[in-house]
Design a protein around this ligand. Structure first.
Ligand SMILES: O=P(O)(O)OC[C@H]1O[C@H](O)[C@H](O)[C@@H](O)[C@@H]1O
Length: 660
C-alpha cells in the first residue's frame, strides 16, 4: 500500500394531503395594482408547433416536466452552462407548475371550507440566482391563470416563505420559494408551502402531473400569451427578522441589556452570497452583536466565492479562519435559502453533520428531558450513544428532510414526544417552530444557549456541549450511476435496492444484518413503515449492521436511491480502521458481481474503495510557534498559539502509525 499523507487543515484553538380533483378555472377580481409585469410565453421547443404537432415529442415533454419533481421540490436547469445538461426549467414549464399549484391550493381551501374563498393569496420569495427574475414572472403568470392574488416578497429565505403563511398581517394562503438550494447557479427550483407546512413528495407529484398535461395541451394548441398582471410587492423579511429578534430577547431575558442581549459577542456570518445576509444586519447587529469580519453577505446569483452550503469544505474553512482571526464567539454558515445552517465554535471547530445534530440535541434535551430525536439513518453509532446517554431516544429514519420531519410529526401524533427532527445535511426542524426546517431558527437556539452559558458564568464556547461526541474512525459516501434511459432509471434503482435487501435476508452477505434503526416503529430492515398508515416511499433504502467476530458490530452500510439523480448512494461507517474497505469488498464481490447488478450499475467507485484504504481523519491539539501556509492561500505568522491539527492519512502508512 502506498504510504501517502496529507495535512488537510490547521486551525487555532483559542396533510394532510389535499387529495383533490382539480378545479375548473376561476378568475376572482384583482384589487391591487402596485406593480405591473407582463410577458409573452412562447414554448421554445422548435420541433413542436401548433401546425406540426407530434405526439411523440409531446410525450417526451410531458415526461420531462414530470422529471422536474425532485422529492418534495421541483428542480431543474434554468440557464445554460452545464456540460451535457440542457435547460429544462423553462418559463412555460414553471408557469404550468405554478398554475397547477394555485389550483391545488384553491381546491384544498374549497374542500376545507366547503366553499370557494373570494381571494386566494399566494406569496413568492426567491434566492439571488440569475434566473430568478425571469422565472418569477412565470410564477406570477401561472398563479394568476389559476385565479390567485400574487405577492412578491423579492429576495427571501425558504423558512420565511412558510412563515409568511402564518405571521400577521400577511397570513397568505400559500407560498412558493424559488431556489435550488446549494446547487450551482445554473439550476433553480420551487418549494411549496401552505400554513400546514411544506408539501410532501406525493403532493408535488400530483401538481407536476397536472402541470405536464397542461403543458402538453398548450404545445398541441397555440403559444400562449400571458399577462402576469397585478403583483403586489411586499416586505416580509423585516417582519420575519423582527420575530427572530424578539425570540432571542425574550428567551435570553438579559438582566442588563434586554433589548441588546448580544452586546459583547462577536459573531461571524458567512452567507455565501445567498439569501442569509439579512441575519447579520437585521438580527445580530440590531441585538448588539459585533459582526465585523462576516463574509459573503451580498447576494450574488453567480455564487462567486463558494457554494453556499454548511457541508462545503471551503465555506467551513473560510468561516473557521474568520472566527479565529476575529476572536469571535461563534461563526455561522447558511446555505443559499437558509433552511440549513452549520456553526463554528470559538475554538474554530466546525459543527455540522452529526456534530450539529448532537449540539441541537444537547440543547433540546435540556428543555425536554427524554425526548425522541429523529434523524436520517446515516448518523454515527456515537451519536446514538450521545443521545441515549443523556436520557433521550434516537429514531433513525429515511434520508430526505421531509421524511425525517414527517416521521417526527407522526411520532407526536402517536403520543411519542419528538422535539427535534434533523437530517445530517443540516435540515433541522423543531416541534416548537411548526416542524419547519429553518437554518436561522436553529442558529437562534444556539445563540440563546451561548448567551445563557455566559450569563451562568461559563467561559467555554458552545462546542463544549459536544466534547464527548466521538467521530467514527471511517465514514465514506460512494455513488453508483444507473446505466439506463432516464425514464427507466427509477425502476432499475428500485430493483437494485430490493435485490440488496433480499441478499441480506437470505444470509448471503456474512456479518450483515438488516438494521431496525433504533426507537422507530419500522419493520426489521428499517426505513419501511409497517404501521397502519405507512408513509409514501420516495426512494428505496436500507441500512445493514455490519459485524465481525473480533469486534462485534463495528459499523453499518446504508444503500439508497438518490432523490435528485439517477444513481444509488452508498454510505458506510466503521469504528475500526479498514472497516469500510472490507465492506466495499463484500458489497462488490458478494452482491454487485454475484447478482449481476454490475450490468446496470457503474461500480467504479466501489471497486476503488475496495482497492484503496480509506483515509482517516483525526485532530490533535498543542501549542504552535511559527508560520502557517495553508492550501486556501492565506499565510500567517504566530508567536504562540494553540492549534488543532486535522490530519488525513492512510492507516497503513508509517506516518499514520507514528501519529496513532
Ligand atoms: O439523493 P441525493 O442526491 O443524495 O440528495 C439527498 C438530499 O437532497 C436534498 O439536498 C435534500 O434537501 C436532502 O434532504 C436530501 O438528503
Amino acid at each position: 500500500m502506498a504510504a501517502t499523507t496529507s495535512t488537510s487543515s490547521i486551525t487555532t484553538l483559542h396533510k394532510n394531503a389535499h387529495k383533490t380533483n382539480f378545479p375548473s378555472s376561476r378568475n376572482p377580481p384583482f384589487k391591487r395594482t402596485n406593480l405591473h409585469l407582463s410577458f409573452r410565453v412562447t414554448p421554445t421547443f422548435k420541433s413542436c408547433s401548433a401546425t406540426k404537432f407530434n405526439e411523440v415529442v409531446i410525450d417526451e415533454e410531458v415526461e420531462r416536466i414530470k422529471r422536474l419533481q425532485n422529492g418534495s421540490d421541483v428542480r431543474g436547469v434554468a440557464v445554460e452552462g452545464e456540460k451535457g445538461r440542457t435547460v429544462d426549467l423553462t418559463p412555460p414549464a414553471v408557469e404550468a407548475i405554478a398554475e397547477s399549484f394555485g389550483e391545488w391550493v384553491i381546491d384544498g381551501i374549497k374542500m376545507e371550507l366547503g366553499q370557494l374563498k373570494e381571494e386566494v393569496r399566494i406569496s413568492l420569495g426567491r434566492d439571488p440566482r440569475i434566473s430568478g427574475a425571469s422565472l418569477s414572472v412565470a410564477v406570477f403568470s401561472g398563479l394568476k391563470r389559476a385565479g390567485c392574488l400574487v405577492f412578491d416578497m423579492g429576495l427571501a429565505t425558504t423558512p420565511a416563505c412558510f412563515m409568511s403563511t402564518l405571521l400577521s398581517p400577511f397570513v397568505y394562503d400559500a407560498s412558493i420559494m424559488m431556489t435550488a438550494s446549494h446547487l450551482p447557479y445554473t439550476r433553480n427550483g420551487l418549494k411549496f408551502f401552505t400554513p400546514k407546512g411544506g408539501l410532501r413528495s406525493t403532493e408535488v407529484e400530483e401538481i407536476c402531473d397536472r402541470a405536464a398535461r397542461k403543458y402538453a395541451n398548450r404545445l398541441a394548441k397555440v403559444s400562449a400569451t400571458v399577462d402576469a398582471g397585478a403583483v403586489t410587492r411586499v416586505d416580509f423579511m423585516s417582519t420575519y427578522a423582527k420575530q427572530l429578534r424578539d425570540i432571542i430577547k425574550e428567551r435570553v431575558n438579559h438582566p442588563q441589556h434586554f433589548d441588546a442581549p448580544l452586546t459583547g459577542f462577536k459573531i461571524i456570518v458567512n452567507a455565501g452570497n445567498g439569501s442569509g445576509g439579512f441575519f447579520t444586519w437585521d438580527v445580530l447587529d440590531k441585538l448588539g452583536a459585533d459582526t465585523f469580519g462576516s463574509l459573503n453577505l451580498e447576494p450574488d446569483g453567480m455564487f462567486p466565492n463558494h457554494i453556499p452550503n454548511p457541508e462545503d469544505k471551503i465555506a467551513m474553512s473560510l468561516t473557521r479562519k474568520a472566527v479565529l482571526e476575529n476572536s469571535a464567539d461563534l461563526g455561522i454558515v447558511f446555505d443559499t435559502d437558509v433552511d440549513r445552517s452549520g456553526v463554528v465554535d470559538n475554538s474554530g471547530n466546525a459543527i455540522n453533520g452529526d456534530r450539529l445534530i448532537a449540539l441541537m440535541s444537547a440543547i433540546v434535551m435540556k428543555e425536554h428531558p427524554g425526548t425522541t430525536i429523529v434523524t436520517d439513518a446515516r448518523t454515527s453509532m456515537a451519536l446514538t450513544q450521545f443521545i441515549t446517554q443523556r436520557g433521550g431516544h434516537h429514531c433513525l429514519y429515511r434520508v430526505g428532510y421531509r421524511n425525517v420531519i414527517d416521521k417526527g410529526i407522526q411520532l407526536n401524533k402517536d403520543g411519542v414526544e419528538a422535539h427535534l427532527m434533523m437530517e445530517t445535511s443540516g435540515h433541522g426542524a423543531l416541534k416548537e417552530n411548526h416542524f419547519l426546517d429553518d437554518g436561522a431558527y436553529m442558529v437562534v437556539k444556539i445563540i440563546i444557549e451561548m448567551v445563557r452559558m455566559k450569563l451562568a458564568g461559563s467561559k467555554e464556547g458552545i462546542g463544549s456541549l459536544i466534547k464527548e461526541l466521538e467521530d467514527p474512525a471511517e465514514a465514506i459516501e460512494l455513488r453508483m450511476n444507473i446505466s439506463s434511459e432516464p425514464r427507466f432509471a427509477k425502476q432499475r434503482g428500485i430493483e437494485a435496492i430490493e435485490t440488496f435487501r433480499n441478499y441480506i435476508e437470505e444470509g448471503r452477505l456474512k456479518g450483515w444484518e438488516l438494521d431496525s434503526c433504533g426507537d422507530c416503529w419500522v419493520s426489521e430492515g428499517c426505513l419501511v413503515d409497517s404501521n397502519d398508515t405507512p408513509a409514501a416511499i420516495d426512494a428505496n433504502m436500507y441500512r445493514a449492521k455490519v459485524w465481525d467476530e473480533e469486534h462485534g458490530q463495528h459499523g453499518w452500510i446504508h444503500i439508497r436511491q438518490s432523490i435528485h439523480n439517477p444513481n444509488i448512494a452508498v454510505n458506510m461507517q466503521s469504528s475500526i480502521h479498514g472497516g469500510c474497505q472490507s465492506m466495499a469488498k463484500t458489497l462488490l464481490e458478494k452482491f454487485l458481481l454475484a447478482s449481476n447488478m454490475d450490468k446496470i450499475l457503474d461500480i467504479n467507485q466501489i471497486d476503488n474503495a475496495r482497492a484503496t484504504e480509506i483515509p482517516i481523519e483525526f485532530a490533535t491539539a498543542g501549542t504552535f510557534h511559527g508560520e502557517i501556509h495553508n492550501t486556501l492561500g492565506w499565510d500567517a505568522k504566530y508567536e504562540e498559539m494553540q492549534i488543532t491539527l486535522t490530519v488525513r492519512c492512510l492507516s497503513g502508512s508509517k506516518f499514520c502509525r507514528n501519529l496513532l
